[in-house]
Design a protein around this ligand. Sequence first.
Ligand SMILES: [Fe+2]
Ligand SMILES: [Fe+2]
Length: 295
Amino acid sequence: MTRSTQDIDREIVPRKGLDFHLREDDIPKYWFANDPFKTRFVDAMSLLFPEGEKFFIQCVRDYKDQVTDPKLLEEIRDFTFQEGQHSMVHIEFNNRVARQGVAVPEIMAYQKKFMAAIRRRLPKQYTLGMTAAAEHMTALMAHYFLGNPETFDDADERIRAIYFWHAIEEIEHKAVAFDVFQKVAKGGYFVRSLAMLHLTVDFPFHTFMIMRHMLKVDGFSREERLKLWLNGLVWLYGPNGIYGKMLVHYLRWYKPGYHPWDAGETAAFQRWRDAYARQHGDAIAATNDFMKARA
Ligand SMILES: [Fe+2]
Ligand SMILES: [Fe+2]
């Protein structure tokens, strides 16, 4: 039976000590269906996570002293813990990408400067609105991955597990920045809509710029890159593309009165958490179980 988002267990679980076996050297370079575009698309996002997640934590913390609700305070603590864990794992993964010749330190340094400039120049309520909007983006991708696991059928089980674990935690804490934005920073509809429009341009722009660099470093010729981009953009934006399938969820943001727990499939979310408990905290085994057991 499909659960409604209302009766789902929304506990934010601070999971510790996860091991994705990233030191193993048999992880293929193109770990996602042996496809350079798909792999580098996700790898580019991985490069954005550490600085992005640091930005999210800072923007929520800007208002922490004004939070009086003990439940929201606890959620902020758990959200901060989860984002910190994500950054650690993505940094370890990004070190692998650096060994493939990608200019990871330079990209990270640029991201750090870029995020610092945004925090310096824009109002705190707006940057928190950007954080809430970014959390909507990660949550809608997370719901999509869990609801469409076949997307990851041909992905390396270790890297795939990183994204399923990350997806689960993004869903668990998807409303934290939003609640601080609305209840504490008193952010309204206009600011959150503007922040989302801003991010809708910014996020793909940065992802694609990093991918452009990666595919050059990977040694593909101009013609090969053109072909990769054309096929890849169809995979993303085409009639059956993954972004098309996320569009309705994305647009829910612009509905006045929207709250993150109003949208998103949650049966698969609970199935992965059950598999994780069954596998005693082994995220790789849990994800493999989840993939096998799907209808
Ligand atoms: Fe995260
Ligand atoms: Fe998050």
